[in-house]
Design a protein around this ligand. Structure first.
Ligand code: HEC
Length: 115
């Protein structure tokens, strides 16, 4: 019984992490490469800016999910990127999905990842 509980907890955790990652890979990575700036800033660069502005996880997640829900020049913390690429388009995802993605981004160090 104990083993079963450990196994369940283990898999639940694995899925929780993978879910945000899957969502990011499916919905954001076409524009935001991990470390390479192509048609948009890399997610590494965005994460660095966000961590500097919002070191606390809850604030980071709330600000990012609210911003991506409705991108707005006035509340952007990356004005230079807007000048370089234009404002990010509104994607039409729900807030729950965006929070899962933001939480994954908060937790993931992209500095050692390829592309
Ligand atoms: C069609 C291309 C495109 C897609 C898809 C896209 N983005 Fe962006 N995103 C951009 C561009 C271009 C910028 C830089 C300009 C800006 O900041 O608005 C940007 C900027 C951002 C920023 C910086 C916000 C700021 O303060 O300026 C965040 C955070 C972000 N994207 C998150 C996401 C997430 C999360 C997803 C997936 C749900 C996503 N993006 C999908 C193009 C895209």
């Amino acid at each position: 019984m104990k083993l079963l509980i450990i196994v369940i907890v283990f898999f639940t955790n694995v899925f929780a992490v993978d879910y945000g990652e899957l969502l990011f890979n499916g919905n954001c990575i076409t524009c935001h490469f991990k470390t390479k700036k192509v048609s948009a800033p890399s997610i590494y660069e965005i994460r660095e800016n966000y961590l500097r502005a919002f070191p606390e996880e809850e604030v980071f997640v709330k600000y990012m999910s609210t911003w991506v829900l409705k991108p707005d020049i006035k509340t952007s913390i990356m004005q230079d990127s807007i000048e370089e690429f234009n404002i990010m388009p509104e994607l039409g995802y729900d807030e729950y999905t965006l929070k899962e993605i933001a939480r994954y981004l908060y937790k993931t160090d992209f500095s050692t990842q390829q592309k």
